[in-house]
Design a binder for this molecule. Structure first.
Ligand code: PMP
Length: 357
């Protein structure tokens, strides 16, 4: 079997151990003679998988009891619309801070269903200065993206919004380091970067916000419907949920997210040091907002981009092409991307520079 160094932004690398476990049980889950994919979501075996996944996530993130954990579908994008539909009372506005492509999309979707107030618009390379923020104290929530996957702009401190609940898109940073869940109204994330395969969306939400919200919506669009049904008001993505549960157990075996945070910090620091230490590579993001998970970089000679990518692939370094909207390169270094992979990239970059600078 040959495995490569996978820097995909998402769907992204999964721990090999997890894939092997899933493979071993693919046709015969724990002696049942059936695959996890072939059993009812309401069966005893699956209920145990579902409950353990939630309990492990609660333990990993220190999720307080007054928060619900939902296993949803529709991706983060669907939540851009469902969040204001559920959390805004009729006529109530919501605040949106835009720091890149994803928070901009959330703002646009929010504007389609409620009165969306633009708090500030960043330059895609930094978080706008706090004293420029136009906050609305009557807003139902303050929405922002904790880590912009395309631009590589991350918050290293949480925004202060007084009594207005924080709603955070954590698709590309969830589980990468410890956070204080009690500071949030809602945290949500598509699974396909740091949690598991695509098809699953995790939401962690203060129960009182869900209970109050979404009156008048069709029941299936109300978060509270899913909260009351244990995320099974319709058939959930069972296999993705199972794999996410395996990833949570893998994270616990690595020492939890405190330990992952230390590894992730080392990985990011090493890669940024390599970029900053060279005249050939550059990263445009303000140092205090640089992402630990998604590291975009450019070459001093952009006409060499395709050669860089070809040679990287030949060296087993995959999926380094930057997002089509910005070009250049991007290395996504999620939890399942090891320090060895990051070191292999750094060594390749130094070698490429020595031959082409
Ligand atoms: N938010 C962020 C930060 C993302 O990175 C992505 C996906 N790349 C999305 C939202 C959209 O996720 P989905 O495709 O699951 O709707």
């Amino acid at each position: 079997m040959s495995r490569v160094h996978n820097f995909s932004a998402g769907p992204a690398a999964l721990p090999l151990e997890v894939l092997e476990q899933a493979q071993a049980s693919l046709t015969d889950y724990e002696g049942s003679g059936m695959s996890v994919m072939e059993i009812s979501h309401r069966s005893k075996a699956f209920m145990q998988i579902a409950e353990e996944a939630e309990a492990d996530l609660r333990e990993l993130m220190g999720i307080p009891d007054d928060y619900a954990v939902l296993f949803l579908q529709g991706g983060a994008t669907q939540q851009f619309a469902l969040l204001p539909m559920n959390l805004c009372a009729p006529g109530q506005s919501a605040d949106y801070l835009v720091t890149g492509s994803w928070s901009k999309k959330a703002y646009a979707q929010g504007g389609a269903v409620t009165q969306a107030n633009l708090v500030a618009q960043g330059d895609n390379a930094s978080v706008p200065a706090v004293d420029s923020w136009n906050l609305n104290s009557d807003a139902a929530f303050f929405h922002y993206c904790q880590n912009e996957t395309i631009g590589g702009v991350e918050f290293h401190e949480l925004p202060e919004t007084g009594s207005v609940p924080l709603v955070a898109d954590m698709s590309s940073t969830i589980l990468s380091r410890p956070i204080d869940v009690s500071r949030f109204g809602v945290i949500y994330a598509g699974a396909q970067k740091n949690i598991g395969p695509a098809g699953l969306t995790i939401m962690i939400a203060r129960k009182d916000l869900l209970e109050q919200g979404g009156e008048g919506l069709p029941p299936i669009l109300r978060y509270q419907t899913q909260a009351e049904a244990g995320s099974m008001s319709n058939t959930p993505p069972t296999f993705a949920w199972y794999l996410a549960g395996l990833v949570f157990k893998w994270l616990k075996r690595q020492g939890g997210i405190e330990a992952m945070g230390e590894i992730n910090k080392r990985k990011a620091e090493a890669l940024y040091a390599a970029i900053d230490g060279s005249d050939f590579y550059a990263n445009p993001v303000a140092i205090e907002n640089r992402s630990w998970m998604n590291v975009p970089f450019t070459l001093a000679k952009p006409d060499l981009d395709s050669v860089f990518l070809q040679e990287a692939e030949a060296a087993g370094l995959m999926n380094l092409k930057g997002h089509r909207s910005v070009g250049g390169m991007r290395a996504s270094i999620y939890n399942a991307v090891s320090e060895d992979s990051v070191n292999a990239l750094i060594a390749f970059m130094a070698d490429f520079e020595s031959r082409n600078a």
